[in-house]
Design a protein around this ligand. Structure first.
Ligand code: C5P
Length: 248
């Protein structure tokens, strides 16, 4: 499939993470933020609560604006079976890069162009000691950007349209994979105090991330936990615009 190019409007590049407990909460967030953000991300929590019917409803209501983030990771036949069922009307979906080239290729084939497939490189919550603990070679564990680039290249070779990575790695991924290979970054934190219990590690502000070359930003808690979430989303978009203006 051809890669969907990001729009010029920074709001269209902001993805809101619908990490909420049920469909009713999801509906309230969609109503509140549909004019403020470009896409809505359905992840494990909401999918576990509501399953594919809610996904279908959201995809109908918000055509081209749904990101299904289930981070597929299993043997190729199982991933292909599930991915093949779920991606109608979805703009982006995710597959874990660490299942290797065969799994990536079979997922891309199962989705068959219905959604752009993004490879999840290294979770933005992981730090060097987490990577070492799961057996990643020390030279990659000490330098997550090196592992991210290796996995981005695997994803590209397998036919993925882009990757999910932390913003500090956006620049090296663009340099390795080219400007059209999409870079989608979670772990975005506006300047100011962090919320208690925040698990994100490899973080950047919206303007820093856009300057580093991110095409889309994924933001959840900094909007969901704000006193005025719509205003928080607008302020993130304004910061993205500053980053875009100074980075081009
Ligand atoms: O609340 P917060 O802004 O940390 O939300 C980030 C979102 O991005 C979560 O839904 C999380 O599942 C997702 N994500 C991530 N790191 C990745 C891939 C996806 O944080 N590597």
């Amino acid at each position: 499939m051809t890669t969907p190019a990001p729009g010029d409007d920074p709001a269209s590049r902001l993805i809101f993470a619908l990490d909420v407990p049920d469909g009713e909460a999801a509906r309230r967030w969609v109503d509140l933020l549909r004019q403020e953000v470009g896409l809505f991300k359905v992840g494990l929590q909401l999918f576990a609560a509501e399953g594919p019917r809610l996904l279908e409803r959201l995809a109908r209501d918000l055509p081209g604006r749904i990101f299904l983030d289930l981070k597929f990771h299993d043997i190729p036949a199982t991933v292909a079976g599930a991915a093949g069922l779920l991606c109608d009307g979805v703009r982006f979906t995710t597959v874990h890069c660490d299942q290797g080239p065969k799994g990536l290729r079979s997922t891309v084939a199962a989705i068959a162009g219905r959604a752009a497939v993004l490879g999840v490189t290294v979770l933005t919550s992981a730090g060097p000691e987490d990577l070492l603990a799961v057996g990643i070679a020390p030279e990659y564990a000490a330098d997550p950007a090196r592992l991210v680039v290796l996995r981005a290249q695997l994803a590209q070779a397998a036919g993925c349209q882009g990757v999910v990575c932390a913003a500090p790695e956006a620049r090296v991924v663009k340099a390795a994979c080219g400007p059209d290979f999409l870079v989608v970054c979670p772990g975005i934190r506006p300047a100011g105090p962090r919320q208690a219990g925040d698990d994100q590690r490899r973080i950047m502000s919206p303007s820093q991330a856009m300057r580093a070359g991110a095409d889309y930003l994924v933001v959840g808690r900094p909007i969901r936990g704000a006193a005025d979430p719509a205003a928080a989303a607008r302020s993130i978009v304004a910061d993205m615009a500053r980053g875009l203006a100074s980075g081009e």
